[in-house]
Design a protein around this ligand. Structure first.
Ligand code: GLN
Length: 523
């Protein structure tokens, strides 16, 4: 929100939104070096406790910042976000910067190229602070499946930050980065957003290039923004989105006006907008605190002029089961390239002949974690000749039914809404040994991925346990602007009630300067 903070001493710089930082930079009140250094200092102070980062690229970020400052001083016309730093999930390849996807099997791999979205961040001259922690190959809802240690939720360090993109969400919630990139295959941007009190957006499938993402499930994966305000997500989405000829599933249409939609929404007027409550995503299994915040938010949307209706999506009950056949099937194929020959780790068998097959087996045995092995086995089984129709084929039919449910629901409503996650952040370790309990976290987020429609999670208050809750907004494919209009309206209405952004209530973090701020990896 403009005017919320004045750009003052460096510690305060980390409290500003990206839009506020952009304005302070444009007006010459602050330099990009100061902004970038303030975030590197914050990382050094708190990341020992949070562990949001796997790699901090201080030299690279400061070099970009110096370049931006020099260009600005010379009067060059720059991108509005030039000089505003960003953190990138470690599943996105970055030239010259380690990329592990949270896995041992990619330890030590330094990509020779940038993902398209990284090229776009660099073209906008945004300093890249580093790479953020994640569940191995983006499989999980807690970041506990990272091979490099878990990330801690800044609201309560004993709790999960969500997953798989817990590192990006925690970095933004802990004021270590004003902006971050996440990826969402079944909820990995939105669910971490919900449990850390941050905004997260999964764009329409094909809206942001997948070129240079380490693929999990290619028909579901989408990269998107992780921020503290809805306007900041719109600004970042406009940097990374749009057609890319290197991704064959990239949409060719121009992005809708996302920033304009966010600004329009911030007026708090939703007259004429039809909001549909998805009855299947709001009952049993959702905690009382989550449901209470949801009901209050819906009442606010109604007061803002929205017409609220109930819609039924009868096949959503099968979404989780279909997802956990389609995802492992695609993952088992995508992960076949990690064979000990081409990337990262190579392990030779301890005894016996060193054949290609035995090196592959030894490398995968040592390099993949339990959850990854579980899904490869499941996916290979589901795709095998005798079972293909029964499992993968049936799951694809369910996917069509879910797409039809969405189509029918969007006849009755412009956006659909639900809680983002069934509960607030659970304790570290609580669900680690129970894969099914872990999978249930994504019950409300998965349908959007199966149908390719865009979704946003907006923080909508604290539950009775004092932890953040998220409100999910879904729109038809290509209508991402609707998310921004409704999300910004809800944010403005909530903040005018609270008198501050939700993260202003987050507890102080222990500060211990233990983290390197040079080009070092933190593991
Ligand atoms: N938690 C889900 C899973 O484990 C979602 C992952 C994702 O979106 N990358 O598959």
């Amino acid at each position: 929100m403009p005017g919320r903070h004045a750009a003052g001493p460096s510690s305060e710089l980390t409290r500003l939104s990206a839009a506020e930082l952009a304005e302070a930079l444009r007006a010459g009140r602050v330099t990009s070096v100061e902004v970038t250094q303030a975030h590197l200092d914050r990382i050094a102070a708190v990341d020992g406790a949070v562990h949001a980062f796997l790699h901090v690229s201080a030299q690279d970020a400061l070099a970009t910042a110096r370049d931006v400052d020099a260009r600005r001083a010379a009067g060059e016309e720059l991108h509005p976000l030039a000089g505003v730093p960003v953190a990138v999930k470690d599943v996105v390849v970055t030239k010259g910067m380690p990329t592990t996807a949270g896995s041992r099997i990619l330890e030590g791999w330094v990509p020779p190229y940038d993902a398209t979205l990284v090229e776009r961040l660099r073209a906008a001259r945004m300093p890249i602070l580093g790479k953020t922690n994640m569940d191995e190959f983006a499989m999980g809802s807690s970041t506990e499946h990272s091979a490099y240690g878990t990330t801690h939720n800044p609201w309560d360090l004993e709790r999960i930050p969500g997953g798989s993109g817990g590192g990006s969400a925690a970095a933004v919630a802990a004021f270590e980065a004003p902006l971050a990139i996440g990826t969402d295959t079944g909820g990995s941007i939105r669910q971490p957003g919900a449990v850390t009190g941050t905004v997260g957006v999964k764009p329409t499938y094909g809206g942001v290039s997948r070129y240079g993402l380490v693929a999990l499930a290619s028909s579901l994966d989408q990269a998107g923004p992780v921020t503290r305000t809805v306007l900041d997500s719109a600004l970042l989405h406009e940097v990374i989105g749009g057609h890319d000829p290197r991704d064959s599933t990239s949409l060719t249409d121009a992005l809708p006006d996302l920033v304009g939609a966010a600004r329009r929404g911030a007026t708090g007027d939703l007259t004429g907008v039809r909001v549909g409550i998805v009855d299947e995503l709001n009952g049993e299994g959702y905690s009382d605190g989550v449901r209470a915040r949801f009901d209050e938010s819906v009442a606010l949307l109604r007061e803002a002029g929205a017409e609220v209706v109930h819609v039924s999506c009868p096949h959503f009950g099968y979404a989780l089961a279909a997802y956990y056949l389609i995802l492992p099937s695609e993952a088992s194929s995508n992960l076949a390239k990690f064979d000990g020959m081409r990337f990262g780790l190579r392990v030779e068998p301890e005894d016996g002949p060193v054949t290609a097959e035995r090196v592959m087996a030894a490398t995968r045995g040592a390099g993949f974690g339990d959850e990854v092995k579980r899904r490869i086995i499941l996916g290979t089984y589901a795709l095998s000749a005798g079972y293909y129709d029964a499992y993968y084929g049936s799951a694809q039919k369910v996917r069509t039914l879910i797409q039809q449910d969405f189509a029918a629901a969007f006849e009755q409503a412009d956006v659909l809404v639900s809680p983002t996650a069934p509960t607030t952040a659970f304790r570290l370790g609580e669900k680690l040994d129970d894969p099914l309990a872990m999978y249930l976290n994504d019950i409300a987020t998965i349908p959007a991925n199966l149908a390719g429609v865009p979704g946003m999670s907006v923080p909508n208050g604290l539950s009775d346990d004092g932890l953040p809750v998220g409100f999910q907004i879904l729109a038809p494919a290509r209508a991402d602007d609707r998310l921004y209009r409704v999300g910004a309206a809800l944010e403005a209405l909530l903040e005018s009630g609270w008198g501050h952004p939700l993260l202003a209530e987050a507890p102080e973090l222990p500060t211990t300067v233990t983290v390197p701020t040079t080009e070092e990896s933190i593991r």
